[in-house]
Design a protein around this ligand. Structure first.
Ligand SMILES: Cc1cc2nc3c(=O)[nH]c(=O)nc-3n(C[C@H](O)[C@H](O)[C@H](O)COP(=O)(O)OP(=O)(O)OC[C@H]3O[C@@H](n4cnc5c(N)ncnc54)[C@H](O)[C@@H]3O)c2cc1C
Length: 286
C-alpha cells in the first residue's frame, strides 16, 4: 500500500486516486484495516496538515480544524459545553488523543458523540475537493449510517460554528452507555437554548443513535419554545415532553440496546437536560 503524509490540503487532494483513503487519527479506519474489511491501494494521512488543526475565534464565530484532536476539544474551555462534553464522552484517553473531530464527522456513525452537539450548534462543514470549496450545514451532511454528502476525494477541512450559536446561549449534552471507559453511546442528546426572563426564546434539540442520522427533535422544540421555567418544570409538562421525544425518534434494536430502551431513555435524557438548562438559565439571570 502507498502511504503519504502531505503538508497541505491541495497536496492531499492531488495525491488522491482510485482506491485511496484519507486517514486522520485512524481509530475508526484502523478497525476496518485490522479486520480486513477494506484494502486500499493508497493511504493519505491528513495529520501533518497544520491548516486543518486548532480552534480559533473571530467575530463570525468558532472555527475548528478537522484534524483537531478530540482530547483538545474535550479540554477547551471556550467552546460550547455540549461540544466539549460530547468530545469527552468519546472512548478512552488513548482514543481521544488519536481521534479527530473530522474523523468522527466523516465516519458518520449514528452514535458519533460530536454529531448531536454540532447539529444543535447549527455547525457548517467546510469541504474542499477537485471542484473547489463548498460549505454544507451539518443537517445536510449526514445521509445514513456511515454515509455522507462527501464527493469522492473531497476533504472536510474545518467545522464552523456561527457567532449566533455562541452568544447568550446555554447548552447541554448527555449520553447513556453500558459501562464507563470505551463505551459507545446507546443514546446521546444535545440541547442548545436561549433563555431570557425565565422564558425559552429559542431551542434546538438533537438525538443520536436513535435513527440512521442524528435527528433534530422539532416537535419537542416546538413544545418548549416560548414556555416559561414555571410551565416547563411541571410534572405533567415533563411527562408530555418525554412522551413526545419517544415518538419522534426511530430507533432500532442492536447489540448495544433495544428499541424500547432507546425510546424511554431518550425521553428521560431530554427531561434531564432541559431541567438542568432551565434551572441554570433562571439562575444566571438572578
Ligand atoms: C475503542 C474505541 C472506542 C470508541 N468510542 C467512541 C465513542 O465513545 N464515541 C464516538 O463517537 N466514537 C467512538 N469511537 C470511534 C472513533 O474513535 C471516532 O469516530 C473518532 O473521532 C474518529 O476519528 P479519527 O481521526 O480516528 O478517524 P479515522 O479513523 O482516521 O477516519 C474515519 C473516517 O473518516 C474519514 N476522514 C477522516 N478525516 C477526514 C477528513 N478531514 N476529510 C474527509 N474524510 C475524513 C476517513 O477516510 C475514514 O473513512 C471509538 C473507537 C474505538 C476504536
Amino acid at each position: 500500500m502507498d502511504y503519504c503524509k502531505p503538508r497541505t490540503v491541495d497536496e492531499a487532494l492531488s495525491s488522491f486516486g482510485d482506491d485511496s483513503v484519507y486517514i486522520a487519527g485512524g481509530t475508526d479506519l484502523g478497525v476496518l484495516l485490522a479486520e480486513m474489511l477494506i484494502s486500499p491501494v493508497g493511504m493519505i494521512d491528513l495529520c501533518a496538515i497544520d491548516d486543518m488543526k486548532g480552534i480559533s475565534r473571530s467575530d463570525e464565530g468558532l472555527t475548528i480544524g478537522a484534524c483537531t484532536l478530540i482530547s483538545d476539544i474535550a479540554a477547551a474551555d471556550d467552546i460550547p459545553d455540549c461540544l466539549s462534553l460530547g468530545a469527552a464522552a468519546i472512548g478512552s484517553p488513548q482514543i481521544r488523543n488519536m481521534a479527530t473531530i473530522g474523523g468522527n464527522i466523516c465516519n458518520a456513525s449514528p452514535c458519533g458523540d460530536t454529531l448531536t452537539p454540532l447539529m444543535v450548534l447549527d455547525a457548517e462543514f467546510e469541504l474542499k475537493g477537485a471542484g473547489g470549496r463548498r460549505a454544507l450545514a451539518a443537517g445536510d451532511f449526514f445521509r445514513g449510517p456511515k454515509k455522507t454528502a462527501l464527493e469522492p476525494g473531497e476533504i472536510l477541512t474545518a467545522v464552523r460554528i456561527p457567532a449566533a450559536s455562541l452568544e447568550g446561549s446555554i447548552t447541554g449534552f448527555r449520553m447513556t452507555g453500558k459501562r464507563n471507559g470505551q463505551v459507545i453511546s446507546q443514546v446521546n442528546m444535545a440541547v442548545w437554548a436561549v433563555i431570557i426572563d425565565g422564558k425559552i426564546e429559542n431551542i434546538r434539540i438533537s438525538a443520536g443513535s436513535v435513527a440512521p442520522v442524528p435527528l433534530r427533535l422539532i416537535r419537542c422544540e416546538k413544545m418548549l419554545q416560548g414556555k416559561t421555567a414555571a410551565e416547563i418544570m411541571k410534572d405533567a409538562f415533563m411527562k408530555n415532553l418525554a412522551a413526545a421525544a419517544e415518538v419522534e425518534i426511530t430507533p432500532i434494536s442492536d447489540v448495544r440496546a433495544g428499541e424500547d430502551y432507546r425510546r424511554s431513555v431518550s425521553g428521560a435524557l431530554l427531561v434531564d437536560i432541559v431541567t438542568d438548562l432551565v434551572s441554570e438559565g433562571v439562575k444566571d439571570e438572578d
